[in-house]
Ligand binder design. Structure first.
Ligand code: FAD
Length: 319
């Protein structure tokens, strides 16, 4: 299979269509996820990202009334879904690989499995704090920052594994993507600090960047300009999510630390129901995509969040 960086190169300046999918809730059917991807094949995505969801700490009330603390993973299956995507659609999967919840050795095992499966792409992330906590804590002997995990993957690509034995080690062949935030990562004290650490991820071996969603293209354009000024030369793929309910006007800025443009807020607030809001979300995203494509972005990366009908409508206008 091929690397994301090769797909971008082979597109020869043409904007690529790609998506991110989320594993189903534990126990749900994989078929629903694959059925949602199917209509998007019309737009020939060369790669599909699959998110990773770390463990959560929940409290369960037992029949006898006692409360039991449980560690669970609500959305397991990232590697299995990647494999299903490869086999069903012949598309390169991009599993997300997290620092959170992993020791370095567990990360190595995970990467070895991906390598054996012929998966040549990873999106390397720190991960969010384990729910219900609000600060990120690395596992003992794990990583605190994505840049450290990038180093481990880049080392494996050079045949350098942890605690090496005496025999020759087979190099992996991962293309490494990392995340970035046009409106700043919420923990960073300022944009300059955030840029410094983004640059570190690239210097350690990342090949491309995917951005957090944004609703104001100017934020993306300013971000790319500042990256280039800082000497970051890798492709920067904009991440996009069409708004789909009126409630998301509050939920998305809170969850993803972004601002909605005043015109957009006004248009959504004028909607009488979610059906109208979904259409406003589609129309806004189409405008964003037209402008971004015209500006020559390497790709448009859509966060599907389990639904594809709105992405199909947008992609039909653009690709
Ligand atoms: P990092 O690059 O490590 O940065 C985290 C913070 O630390 C930033 O504020 C940065 O400025 C700062 N920092 C970085 N390095 C240093 C340093 N050396 N010293 C001090 N400060 C430093 N989460 C999931 O759980 N699963 C997913 O599948 C997932 N997919 C995502 C996909 C995309 C495209 C994006 C944009 C985000 C995704 N996330 C996912 C969310 C992501 O895990 C969170 O945003 C997380 O809080 C930060 O991850 P990061 O890799 O950007 O972290």
């Amino acid at each position: 299979m091929a690397k994301v960086s090769d797909h971008i190169r082979q597109a020869n300046g043409k904007t690529i269509f790609s998506i991110e999918v989320i594993p189903p809730i534990k126990g749900d059917n994989l078929k629903n996820l694959l059925d949602n991807i199917e209509p998007l094949m019309e737009f020939k995505p060369p790669f599909i990202d699959v998110t990773y969801h770390r463990e959560e700490y929940i409290e369960r009330v037992e029949p006898d009334g006692t409360v039991k603390k449980i560690i669970t993973r609500k959305r397991p299956g990232t590697v299995g879904i990647c494999s299903a995507i490869m086999h069903k659609f012949g598309v390169d999967p991009v599993p997300h690989v997290l620092c959170g919840g992993f020791t370095k050795e567990e990360t190595e095992d995970f990467l070895i499995d991906l390598h054996y499966l012929g998966i040549d792409n990873v999106l390397v992330l720190r991960g969010d704090p384990a729910k219900p906590f609000d600060t990120f804590k690395p596992k003992t002997n794990g990583y605190a920052y994505a840049s450290e995990l990038v180093t481990q993957v880049a080392n494996m690509n050079r045949g350098v594994y942890l605690h090496e034995g005496s025999h020759a080690m087979t190099p992996s062949n991962f293309c490494i993507g990392v995340a970035a935030y046009p409106e700043k990562h919420f923990e960073a004290i300022d944009h300059d600090t955030d840029f410094r650490y983004l640059k570190l991820k690239i210097d350690k071996g990342a090949d491309y960047i995917v951005t957090q969603m944004f609703f104001d293209n100017q934020k993306y354009f300013d971000f790319v300009r500042r990256c280039r000024e800082a000497g970051i030369t890798v492709p920067i793929i904009p991440g996009l999510k069409p708004l789909s309910t009126r409630k998301q006007l509050q939920v998305l800025p809170r969850l993803f630390h972004l601002e909605m443009p005043a015109d957009f807020v006004k248009a959504v607030e004028a909607c009488e129901d979610d059906k109208q809001a979904r259409q406003v979300g589609i129309d806004w995203c189409i405008q964003q995509c037209r402008e971004l494509t015209k500006a020559g972005v390497p790709g448009l990366h859509f966060y599907t969040m389990g639904k594809s009908d709105n992405i199909v409508k947008i992609a039909r206008e653009i690709f």
